[in-house]
Design a protein around this ligand. Sequence first.
Ligand code: FE
Length: 133
Amino acid sequence: MSTEKPKTDAEWRAELSPEQYRILREQGTERAFTGQYWNHHETGEYHCAACGAPLFSSAAKYDSGSGWPSFYEPLNDDAVAERSDSSHGMVRTEALCRRCGSHLGHVFPDGPAPTGLRYCINSASLAFKKKQD
Ligand code: FE
């Protein structure tokens, strides 16, 4: 359980770009094949663009062909929260940053082994940190 004080809407608006605010705080979606990470292949971690929490490893990233960065699992069990989303006439599973509650994307049951899951995530919700070695 985070002890950080939740940010106000005004604080999020001040900190995030308009596109990030629309996606992270208003459950928006970037257009496929337009984000900075769908075709990104460096080794490292993808963090929450809103709060910096580590969310996904490049080791679990794969090319889903969807035009959004796709992962078969989160970095660990504490990283990503899920909830049912019935907007836009579909029942989907929404993926959120567990630390700050920001919208990341959706989870679909058509991913590869070992999980069979596809975490379909907006590039705008992510900030890549390259592995230092
Ligand atoms: Fe976050």
